[in-house]
Design a protein around this ligand. Structure first.
Ligand code: FPP
Length: 136
């Protein structure tokens, strides 16, 4: 079974609680951890998370940096847990506009988890339906 999730509503979640948008994104990243664990436990074959669309580049600079920081921190902190649970990580979308440091963290995460026999965790970053050629 393939489950795909469009990560949406972080801003609304924060606004309803009188918190800044960044708090919503932090809570979203925490929810990703719980979701990945549950999906793996339920024997989902592939979990696709649409995390950062190409349109998201037009958000305020601080918000984009915070999202990139969350992504980087997630990849760095979850690699070992993915390996333990046999989860294979794959990032789809354009890489040429990402910070080279994030690209190398992505490459490392993919290489380190490549042997996993369990769920495929696919994270879409800088993706757009208008940019089919760039999707791999
Ligand atoms: C949509 O909420 C969410 C995003 C644009 C970003 C989601 C990405 C992360 C939390 C980064 C970490 C990613 C991973 C995979 C760990 P919104 O701001 O559009 O909220 P709204 O729909 O309420 O306006």
């Amino acid at each position: 079974m393939h489950v795909a999730i469009i990560m949406d509503g972080n801003g609304r979640w924060a606004r309803e609680r009188g918190l800044p948008r960044q708090a919503g994104h932090r809570a979203g990243a925490k929810a990703v951890r719980r979701t990945v664990e549950s999906a793996a436990r339920l024997s989902v074959d592939c979990l696709s998370l649409y995390a950062f669309s190409s349109d998201n580049w037009s958000r305020p600079r601080d918000e984009v940096s915070h999202l990139m920081w969350l992504l980087r921190r997630y990849l760095q902190s979850e690699i070992s847990r993915c390996v333990e649970n046999g989860i294979r990580l794959n990032v789809i979308g354009r890489r040429d506009r990402l910070n080279p440091e994030i690209v190398s963290i992505i490459e490392r995460a993919e290489a380190t988890t490549a042997g996993g026999k369990g769920m495929l965790l696919r994270i879409a970053v800088d993706y757009s339906s208008r940019d089919i050629v760039a999707l791999s």
